[in-house]
Design a protein around this ligand. Structure first.
Ligand code: S3P
Length: 447
C-alpha cells in the first residue's frame, strides 16, 4: 500500500518511435498559487488550465477549510471566491497536505500572520521533510510552530495576532520558503523583505503583482531583494495557467531517448526561472526547438519540437540548479543514454525533496546497469549510449522518480519496472495515457 492508495507497479517496455502531440497539464507551482491568492483576494478569481493533480487538489481542499469557496466548473476551469487578506477562518480539522511540500509551506505562510491556529500533516514522504526552513522565518513575524523532532509534520502553527514585518535572507535557495515569507508579509503592516542569494522560481512575485500588491525586485550584490508592501487589498485577476515545464521534461526526454521519435509539446512555460532543463538538453546536443514563442497570461510560453538525438555528457553549471531543480531525476536517466559522463553539482536540495532524489536515482540507475558516482551534493552518471534495464526500481513515494524510470525503460534494452507508480497522480495524472498516446509501451499491474 502506498499513501496514495494501493501500490501500482508499472513497467516500461522498449518502445518504437514516439510520435504526436503531448499536451501536458498546467503548471503545478502556478496552480497552487492561483488557488491561494484567489483565497486571499476579495471577489471571484477565475482559473483556467488548473492542474488537477492530487497536490493541487489538496491545496484546493485546504483553501475551503480556511473559508474560501472553491468551485470546479469543468476540467481545469475553476473559480475561487476569496476571504481577503487576513480573512482566513480557523479550520475545524487537520489540514492534510498529502505529498505536497508546496501546499504545506505556502499555506503555513498564508495563515501565519492571522490570529488563528491550524494543524498540518502529510503522507509518509512529506512527514519526513524539513519544515523548520519554513517555520523559522514565520516565527520572526510572531507565529509559533510546534512540530515533531526536527520541526517535522504533523505540526501546529499558531498564527501571530499582531504580526510584525520581517527582513529575511533565505539560507537555502527555496521558492517555497520565499513564497511563505511573502504570503505571511501580506498581512503584516509595512514592508516585508526577502533576499534570495540565487534566483528561484518567481511565480509568487509575478502573481502578487497581478492581484494588485506592490512588489519590487532589486538585484544587488547580496542577491535578489524582494520587497512587499503589507496589507494590500488583493483584487482578483484571471489566471490562465501555462503548461508545466517540469511535466513537459518527461515526454521531451523520452523522445530524445527513443530512436526516431519526433514530438510536439505545445504551450510550455519558458519562464527563465524554470527553463534550465531545456538549455541543458540543447548543450547535450538535443534537437529541441522552441517554436512560436509568445506571451500567455503574463508568462512566456513556446511549443517544443523535439526529435531523437545522439547526446553527449556535459557538466551542468551549478548556478543553473534552481532553474531546473525538479528535472535532475529525468536528466540523470537521460544522461545514462548519452556518451560520456554528465556531472551534476550543487544539487544538495535534491536530498530533501519527495525522496532523497540523489540516492533514489543512483540506486535505481545502478540496478539498471549504469555506473554512477555521488557525493553529498553531486551526482555523476557515466553514460555509454546504452542501458541494460531489466530491473525493478523503487519510486519511494516520489512521482518524479517513478516517471524518470518509466521514460528510461522505453529506451533500455530490457523493461524497467517501477514498484509503485501511484505517486505520479500528484503532479501528472494523465502521464500514462499521454505517453501511451505517443507510442510508449507502459503496462500496469493493478491490485
Ligand atoms: C516549488 C519549489 C521547489 C520545487 C517544488 C515546487 C514551488 O521547491 O522543488 O516542486 O512551487 O515553489 P523548493 O522551494 O523546496 O526548492
Amino acid at each position: 500500500m502506498s499513501a496514495h492508495g494501493p501500490a501500482t507497479p508499472m513497467t516500461a517496455h522498449p518502445s518504437g518511435p514516439l510520435r504526436g502531440t503531448a499536451s501536458v497539464p498546467g503548471d503545478k507551482s502556478i496552480s497552487h498559487r492561483a488557488l491561494i491568492l484567489g483565497a486571499l483576494s476579495v471577489g471571484e478569481t477565475r482559473i483556467t488550465g488548473l492542474l488537477e493533480g492530487q497536490d493541487v487538489l489538496d491545496t484546493a481542499r485546504a483553501m475551503r477549510a480556511f473559508g474560501a469557496e472553491v468551485i470546479r466548473h469543468a476540467p481545469g476551469d475553476w473559480s475561487v471566491h476569496g476571504v481577503g487578506v487576513g480573512g482566513f477562518a480557523e479550520p475545524d480539522g487537520v489540514i492534510d497536505c498529502g505529498n505536497s511540500g508546496t501546499s504545506v509551506r505556502l499555506i503555513m505562510g498564508a495563515m501565519a500572520t492571522t490570529g488563528i491556529t491550524a494543524t498540518f500533516t502529510g503522507d509518509a514522504s512529506l512527514n519526513k521533510r524539513p519544515m523548520g526552513r519554513g517555520t523559522d522565518p514565520l516565527a520572526e513575524f510572531g507565529a509559533q510552530a510546534v512540530g515533531r523532532s526536527g520541526g517535522r509534520l504533523p505540526l501546529t502553527l499558531i498564527g501571530a495576532a499582531h504580526p510584525v514585518p520581517v527582513r529575511y535572507a533565505l539560507p537555502v535557495p527555496s521558492a517555497q520558503v520565499k513564497s511563505a515569507v511573502l504570503l505571511a508579509g501580506l498581512n503584516a503592516p509595512g514592508a516585508t523583505v526577502v533576499i534570495e542569494p540565487e534566483p528561484t522560481r518567481d511565480h509568487t512575485e509575478r502573481m502578487l503583482r497581478g492581484f494588485g500588491a506592490e512588489v519590487t525586485v532589486e538585484t544587488t550584490p547580496e542577491g535578489r531583494v524582494i520587497t512587499l508592501t503589507g496589507q494590500p487589498e488583493l483584487t482578483p485577476c484571471p489566471i490562465a495557467v501555462p503548461r508545466d515545464p517540469s511535466s513537459a521534461a518527461f515526454p521531451v526526454c523520452a523522445a530524445l531517448m527513443v530512436q526516431n521519435s519526433d514530438i510536439l509539446v505545445p504551450g510550455v512555460s519558458q519562464n527563465p526561472t524554470r527553463n534550465g532543463i531545456f538549455l541543458t538538453l540543447q548543450e547535450m546536443g538535443a534537437d529541441l526547438v522552441m517554436e512560436n514563442p509568445r506571451d500567455e497570461g503574463g508568462e512566456p510560453v513556446a511549443d517544443l519540437r523535439v526529435r531523437h538525438s545522439a547526446l553527449h555528457g556535459i557538466i551542468v553549471p551549478p548556478e543553473r540548479a534552481a532553474a531546473m531543480i525538479d528535472e535532475y531525476p529525468v536528466l540523470a536517466a537521460l544522461a545514462a543514454l548519452a556518451e560520456g559522463p554528465t556531472v551534476m553539482r550543487g544539487i544538495k536540495e535534491l536530498r530533501v525533496k519527495e525522496s532523497d532524489r540523489i540516492d533514489a536515482m543512483a540506486r535505481g540507475l545502478e540496478a539498471c546497469g549504469v555506473r554512477v558516482d555521488e557525493t553529498e551534493d553531486s551526482l555523476t552518471v557515466h553514460g555509454t549510449g546504452a542501458v541494460a534495464g531489466g530491473a525493478t526500481v523503487a519510486s519511494r513515494l516520489d512521482h518524479r522518480i517513478a516517471m524518470s524510470f518509466l521514460c528510461l525503460g522505453l529506451a533500455a534494452q530490457a523493461p524497467i519496472r517501477v514498484d509503485d507508480a501511484s505517486p505520479i497522480a500528484t503532479s501528472f495524472p494523465v502521464f500514462e495515457d499521454l505517453m501511451r498516446g505517443l507510442g510508449a509501451q507502459i503496462t500496469r499491474e493493478d491490485g
